[in-house]
Design a protein around this ligand. Structure first.
Ligand code: NZQ
Ligand code: ZN
Length: 393
């Protein structure tokens, strides 16, 4: 199937060793006063902070710092960043860190020109107007935020975690040096790979696709599956880190979905509820939800595609019975997750009871209706998927 599409990725990418050396010149080409945003301190330990400050100083770019952006970034940080941008008349935003830092900066970029609570923009993306340009140095391979127009923002007061889509919030420049991902912990490495794989699987498991999309997806999935154990065994393995990082960038930026029927992004819809209520790591939640979603989606119509995925991605032998092939494929995915150390039940991420299951299912359905999914899902199905997450997969 080849539906019509528009393809536009307005981000300049510098990929590879020491590409951070371009930060100063790229920033100075945009402006001379920048917000320098980062998280809880990993960039100080890795040396990126000192390097970035030196490069910016040499290029005559002054910075105002916004430290402490949280994993699962909170709207309060975006409001604070927007305030700093307005107060100091800043001309651009520099995000140093993982997807959370960059996502927060995307909202800051729009909120800097919005007279009100940044959460309004998350609830109604059409309120976003002008934006400040963003340059990022991405230090974690997971979200693909470096090559997309979306952010995901948490509002703990409301138990909400919601996407912010904004075509004026694509990064102007993304600097991707895989060396900086070598300090990522084992936990964040495995969760990052789970997130990348999920973006690809959300795109792959749709009702209509084409061979170009399928080929991209299958190659990227095999790339992550082959390289994640290498990066876990040897965190300094540059080639493994580089392959995972580049796979991450294409996981979420729309390239993989061109021409396909739209995806409902079911696992993300459900996982964002888990993160909103329990502040768990996104990739861990996805590893728990995805096998249950695939099992719930398995029927006579979907079995051949799931079985085909098992053959192409995990190298499983063809079975004449597509349902048996599909079950083997789901089993292979679970074994991979287990093999790299990901949690497979909600109890393993500290969620002990089903107190919020009903509420989470309702939110997930309200914000992303799943009636056009690979296998259409009702509210009862979403509740059942969540309840299954308490049992062994
Ligand atoms: O805060 P610091 O000290 O920097 O530490 C971070 C954080 O604790 C650490 N880290 C990052 N780079 C590191 C490092 N530690 C050592 N060495 C490094 N090089 O890792 C921890 C997690 O960082 P975070 O940015 O939260 O991780 P990730 O990149 O996985 O981002 C997750 C967030 O992105 C959202 C998720 O929901 C979650 O909120 N997503 C964003 C998407 C998008 N923009 O398109 C799509 C995704 O589906 C996802 O929903
Ligand atoms: Zn994700």
């Amino acid at each position: 199937m080849m539906n019509n599409f528009t393809w536009h990725t307005p981000t300049k990418v510098h990929f590879g060793k020491d590409q951070v050396s371009r930060l100063g010149e790229e920033a100075a080409a945009i402006g001379c006063k920048a917000l320098l945003a980062y998280g809880g301190g990993s960039i100080k330990r890795s040396g990126l902070y000192d390097r970035a400050l030196a490069l910016l100083r040499e290029s005559g770019v002054e910075v105002v710092e916004l430290p402490g952006i949280e994993p699962n970034p909170r709207v309060a940080s975006a409001n604070e960043g927007a305030r700093l941008c307005r107060e100091h008349g800043l001309e651009l935003i520099i995000a140093l860190g993982g997807g959370s830092v960059l996502d927060c900066c995307k909202l800051i970029a729009a909120a800097a020109f919005y007279d009100g609570d940044a959460w309004d923009l998350v609830e109604d993306n059409s309120l976003a107007g002008r934006t400040l340009p963003i340059i990022d140095v991405m230090t974690l391979a997971a979200t693909g935020s470096e090559l997309d127009n979306s952010a995901v923002i948490s509002n703990p007061a409301l138990n909400r975690k919601m996407p912010f889509f904004c075509d004026r919030a694509w990064p102007a420049v993304s600097i991707l040096d895989p060396t900086y991902t070598q300090t990522v912990s084992k936990w964040q490495t495995m969760c990052g790979s789970s997130d990348i794989m999920s973006h690809i699987m959300e795109t792959y498991f749709v009702l209509g696709s084409n061979s170009i999309s399928d080929g991209f997806c299958e190659t990227l999935l095999r790339t992550v599956i082959e390289n994640t154990p290498k990066a876990l065994a040897n965190p300094d393995d540059y080639e493994a880190r580089a392959e995972i990082m580049w796979a991450s960038s294409f996981g979420c930026n729309g390239l993989l979905a061109l021409g396909n029927t739209p995806s409902c992004w079911v696992c993300h819809g459900i996982e964002h509820e888990l993160s909103a209520f329990y502040d768990i790591t996104h990739g861990a939640g996805l590893a728990i939800v995805t096998p249950r979603w695939l099992r719930h989606s398995l029927n006579a119509a979907t079995a051949p595609r799931i079985a085909h995925y098992g053959e192409r991605v995990f190298g499983l032998a063809h079975q004449d019975d597509p349902v048996a092939g599909a079950n083997a494929a789901i089993g292979a995915l679970v074994s991979f997750y287990r093999g790299i150390g990901l949690p497979l039940t909600l109890q393993e991420v500290g969620i002990k009871d089903d107190a919020h299951v009903g509420e989470m299912a309702e939110h997930a359905m309200r914000f992303s209706p799943f009636d056009q999914a690979f296998a259409p899902l009702t509210l009862e199905d979403v509740r059942a998927i969540l309840m299954d997450c308490f049992k062994e997969p």
